[in-house]
Design a binder for this molecule. Structure first.
Ligand code: NAD
Length: 485
C-alpha cells in the first residue's frame, strides 16, 4: 500500500535539469511505455482514476501550492483548475474507449477486401506547460496522452515548477506504473533540450513566440506538434442582449485569474443602442471586485513582475494615445506581488498594443460599434483566433456571428465555458495555434491513425499486379464511363 499523501516539493527540488537528465528521463518514459501501452483501455483508465483519487486525498496541499506559486485565490484554483481536470478525466474514463475503438470502414470498389482504422498510441509525448493555470494546463494534456496509451515527459513552467513536480509525484507514488510520467524542471533551455530528443509528439502550451521556436526545433526530427498559444478574445454584445448577464460575464471573463487566461475577454464590441447602459453596468460590477488574498478576495494578483510590466506598459501606452479609464487603473501590492486593479477602458485606439497584442492582465477595453458587421469585422481584425463570445437573443443573428467569427471556439451568452465542457474540443486558429485538446478530437490528437486493409478472397494475384492483363485498361475505362460519365 502506498501512502495517500505525496511530499509537496520544495523550491530546492526544482533546479535546472541538465541535458543528460533530460535524455535519461526520455529513456525512462520510453521504457515505461513498453508495458503501459499494452494495457487495455479500461486498465489504463482505472489506473488514472486511482491517480485522481490520490489527487483528491492531497487536494488541500495542492490547492495551497497553486495559490502560493501563482497568487490566484483558492476558489479559482479549486474550480477552474482541479474541478475542470477531474471532469475531463471522468469524461475520458467513460467515453475514451469508444473513441479509440477500431472502426470497420467501407472498401469502395475493392469488394474482395475489408478495411479498418486503428487508433494507436504514439509513444513518448513531451508536454510543455505555462504558469497561468499550472495544474489544469499540465494535468490536462498529461492525462489525455496517458489515456491514449502514451507515456509522458513533462516540463512545467519555471514560474510554477513545484505544481509540475507535484503532478509527477501523484503518478510516481503509485505502486504500479510509477514511471509513466517523468518531470524535468527548468526554463527555455530545458524545454529546448526536451523537444530535440526523439519524442513522438510535443504538446506545447504557451506564447506565440515560444510556439514558433518549438515548431522550428521540432522540424528537425519531424516531430508532430500541438500548439496551444495565446489569444486576444473578442466579446460581441448585440442590441437584444440581456445586459445584466452580459456585463457580469464581461467582468468575470476579463478579470478572473487577474486576466491571465488565454481565452480571457480582451476586447468588447457593443452595439451603440446598448453601449451606455452596458458600460454603466460593467463599471458598477467592476468597482465591487475585490482583489487580494484569502477567502475575502474575488481575484488574486498578477503572478510575477514580468507580467505586471507588460500590463502596465500597455495601460500607459493606451492612456497616452487618448484612452480613458472608467474603473480601476491603479497599481497595487497584493502580498509580495505587484498587481493592477481591474480596469475598464474606453476610446482605446485600435492600433495600440492593448488592442493588437495579448494583454494577459486585468484590462478591459470596450468599443462602441454601429452594426453587427462592424462588430464581426473588428473582432476578426487580429492575428489570434482562440475563442470569442456573442451575447444576444435573435437566433439568426447569433448563428451568423458564430459562423463568421475567426476563433477555435465560441460561447453564446456565456464566456470561456467551452473549455469546461470536456466533450468540446479546445484549440485555436491563426496565431493561436493548432491541434485540439479535450473532446474526441483531443484524445485522437495523441494517437497514430493506422489504416489497415485485409484481403479475404485469396486470389493468386490481383488484376492490377504485373504483368498487366490487356483487358484491365479497357474494362476500367468502360467502368469509369458507366459510373461517372
Ligand atoms: P512561454 O511561451 O514563455 O512558456 C511556456 C513554456 O515553454 C514554459 O514551460 C517555458 O519554460 C517553455 N519554453 C520557453 N522557451 C522554450 C523553448 N525555446 N523551447 C521549449 N520550451 C520553451 O509562455 P508562458 O509565459 O509560460 O505562458 C503564457 C502564454 O501561454 C500566453 O501567451 C498565453 O496566452 C499562453 N497560453 C495559451 C493557452 C492555450 O491553451 N491556448 C493556455 C494558457 C496559456
Amino acid at each position: 500500500m502506498t501512502s495517500p499523501k505525496i511530499a509537496i516539493p520544495t523550491l530546492a527540488e526544482t533546479g535546472e535539469a541538465t541535458e543528460e537528465e533530460v535524455i535519461n528521463k526520455v529513456a525512462k518514459a520510453r521504457q515505461a511505455y513498453s508495458s503501459w501501452h499494452r494495457l487495455s483501455y479500461r486498465a489504463r483508465a482505472n489506473h488514472l482514476l486511482e491517480v485522481r483519487r490520490k489527487l483528491i486525498k492531497n487536494l488541500d496541499e495542492i490547492v495551497d501550492l497553486i495559490v502560493e506559486e501563482t497568487g490566484k485565490v483558492s476558489t479559482e484554483a479549486i474550480v477552474n483548475e482541479i474541478l475542470v481536470t477531474c471532469e475531463l478525466m471522468s469524461y475520458y474514463a467513460r467515453r475514451g474507449e469508444g473513441f479509440l475503438r477500431t472502426q470497420r470502414v467501407p472498401v469502395g470498389i475493392a469488394i474482395h477486401k475489408w478495411a479498418e482504422v486503428r487508433y494507436q498510441p504514439l509513444g513518448v509525448v513531451a508536454v510543455i506547460s505555462p504558469w497561468n493555470y499550472p495544474f489544469v494546463l499540465t494535468m490536462g494534456p498529461v492525462a489525455t496522452a496517458l489515456f491514449a496509451g502514451n507515456t509522458v515527459v513533462l516540463k512545467p513552467s519555471e514560474v510554477t515548477p513545484r505544481v509540475g513536480v507535484a503532478i509527477g509525484r501523484l503518478f510516481a507514488s503509485m505502486d504500479e506504473f510509477a514511471d509513466i510520467v517523468q518531470v524535468v524542471t527548468g526554463g527555455g533551455k530545458v524545454g529546448q533540450a526536451l523537444i530535440t530528443q526523439p519524442v513522438d509528439k510535443i504538446a506545447f502550451t504557451g506564447s506565440v513566440q515560444t510556439g514558433k521556436s518549438v515548431m522550428k526545433a521540432a522540424a528537425d526530427n519531424l516531430t508532430p506538434v500541438l500548439l496551444e498559444l495565446g489569444g486576444k478574445d473578442a466579446m460581441i454584445v448585440l442590441a437584444d442582449a440581456d445586459l445584466d448577464r452580459a456585463a457580469a460575464g464581461a467582468v468575470w471573463g476579463a478579470f478572473t485569474n487577474c486576466g491571465q487566461t488565454c481565452m480571457a475577454v480582451e476586447r468588447v464590441y457593443v452595439l451603440e443602442d446598448v453601449y451606455e447602459p452596458f458600460l454603466n453596468k460593467v463599471v458598477e460590477i467592476t468597482n465591487k471586485v475585490r482583489e487580494g488574498q484569502g477567502d475575502s478576495a474575488d481575484i488574486g494578483a498578477l503572478t510575477y513582475e514580468r507580467q505586471y510590466d507588460i500590463v502596465q506598459h500597455q495601460l500607459e501606452d493606451a492612456l497616452q494615445t487618448g484612452a480613458k479609464v472608467l474603473a480601476g487603473g491603479n497599481s497595487m501590492r497584493v502580498g509580495t506581488r505587484k498587481s493592477i486593479s481591474p480596469t475598464v477602458l474606453v476610446e482605446v485606439s485600435p492600433d495600440t498594443e492593448m488592442m493588437q497584442q495579448e494583454t494577459f492582465g486585468p484590462l478591459l477595453p470596450i468599443t462602441k460599434v454601429s452594426n453587427v458587421e462592424e462588430a464581426i469585422q473588428l473582432a476578426n481584425q487580429s492575428s489570434f483566433g482562440l475563442s470569442a463570445s456573442v451575447w444576444g437573443k435573435n437566433k439568426k443573428t447569433i448563428q451568423q456571428v458564430v459562423y463568421e467569427l475567426k476563433a477555435g471556439s465560441v460561447s453564446v451568452n456565456d464566456v470561456m465555458i467551452s473549455y469546461a465542457i470536456p466533450s468540446l474540443p479546445f484549440g485555436g486558429v491563426g496565431a493561436s495555434g493548432f491541434g485540439r485538446t479535450h473532446g474526441r478530437e483531443g484524445l485522437l490528437e495523441f494517437c497514430a491513425v493506422k489504416a489497415v486493409a485485409h484481403d479475404w478472397l485469396g486470389l493468386k494475384r490481383e488484376p492490377h499486379w504485373l504483368p498487366l492483363p490487356r483487358w484491365l485498361g479497357k474494362t476500367a475505362k468502360l467502368y469509369l464511363k458507366a459510373r461517372y460519365g
